[in-house]
Design a protein around this ligand. Structure first.
Ligand code: AMP
Length: 226
C-alpha cells in the first residue's frame, strides 16, 4: 500500500452496518478491521479470563469497562499491521474511550482521517438485529430476509456456523440501544467539534453507503486504496 493509509472510526448504533462496512474497508485499503466486539467474542470463545469478564457485560447489553477496552485497543494498535492505518468498528463507545484514542494516536504521531456516523432509524435497527445471523468463525453477518446465506445457518464466506447472537435478543437489543443513546451518541458532537464527522445514510444499499464512506475519508485526505 502506498500513501498514508486509512485511519477511520465508524460510529453508529448496533445494527447500523458498521461491521459490514468495516470488513469491506479493511479489505479494500489493506488495513486491519479493529472490532472490539469481535475481540471480546473471540476471547469468550477462547475461554480467556478477559473473555469471561467481558461476557458478563456483553450478555446484559452493557459496555465492558473502559480500562479493559482501552487496554485492548492500545495493544492492538501497537501491532505492526496497524502502522498503515485501521478501521475502528465499535470503538470508541464512551467519551473516555474517545479521549484515550486521541492520546494513543498522538503518541504514535498519527491523526484520524475521518469519523463516519452510519445513521439508521430505530425501527430499522431493531428489525435488522432481530433478523441478523452472525458467523461464529469470521463474524460476517447476514439478514434472514434481505441478505440470507446461500445455505441456511452456514456462512457463505468461510463455511462457519451462523447464530443469532444472544445479545441480539429482543430484550437485550432495547437495552443496548439505550446504552448507545446515553454513552455513545454524544461522540457525534465530540467528533463534529473536532471537524472530523461525516454522516452517511445507513439505509442506502450497502454499496452506496460504502462509496459515501470512502468519499468522506478521501475528502479529509485519507483513503488511498491499496
Ligand atoms: P458489538 O459487536 O460492537 O455490538 O459489541 C458487542 C458487545 O461487546 C457490546 O454490547 C459490549 O458489551 C462489548 N463492547 C464492544 N465494543 C465495546 C467498547 N468499545 N466499549 C465497551 N464495550 C464494548
Amino acid at each position: 500500500m502506498t500513501g498514508r493509509g486509512l485511519r477511520i472510526v465508524l460510529l453508529g448504533a448496533p445494527g447500523a452496518g458498521k461491521g459490514t462496512q468495516a470488513r469491506r474497508l479493511s479489505e479494500a485499503f489493506d488495513v486491519p478491521d479493529i472490532s472490539t466486539g469481535d475481540i471480546f467474542r473471540n476471547a469468550v470463545t477462547a475461554g480467556t479470563p478477559m473473555g469471561a469478564a467481558a461476557k458478563r457485560f456483553m450478555d446484559r447489553g452493557e459496555l465492558v469497562p473502559d480500562d479493559v477496552t482501552i487496554g485492548i485497543v492500545r495493544e492492538r494498535l501497537a501491532q505492526s499491521d496497524a502502522a498503515a492505518g485501521f478501521v475502528m468498528d465499535g470503538f470508541p463507545r464512551t467519551a473516555h474511550q474517545a479521549t484515550a484514542l486521541d492520546a494513543m494516536l498522538a503518541g504514535m504521531d498519527q491523526t484520524l482521517d475521518a469519523v463516519v456516523e452510519i445513521a439508521v432509524p430505530r425501527e430499522i435497527l431493531i428489525e435488522r438485529l432481530t433478523q441478523r445471523r452472525s458467523c461464529t468463525s469470521c463474524q460476517a453477518s447476514y439478514h434472514l430476509m434481505s441478505a440470507p446465506p446461500k445455505v441456511a445457518d452456514v456462512c457463505d464466506r468461510c463455511g462457519g456456523t451462523l447464530v443469532h447472537r444472544t445479545d441480539d435478543s429482543d430484550k437485550t437489543i432495547v437495552h443496548r440501544l439505550a446504552v448507545h443513546d446515553a454513552q455513545t451518541a454524544p461522540l457525534v458532537s465530540y467528533y463534529r467539534g473536532a471537524g472530523l464527522l461525516h454522516t452517511v445514510d445507513g439505509t442506502q444499499p450497502i454499496d452506496t453507503a460504502y462509496e459515501a464512506i470512502v468519499a468522506a475519508a478521501a475528502s479529509q485526505g485519507g483513503g488511498r486504496a491499496a
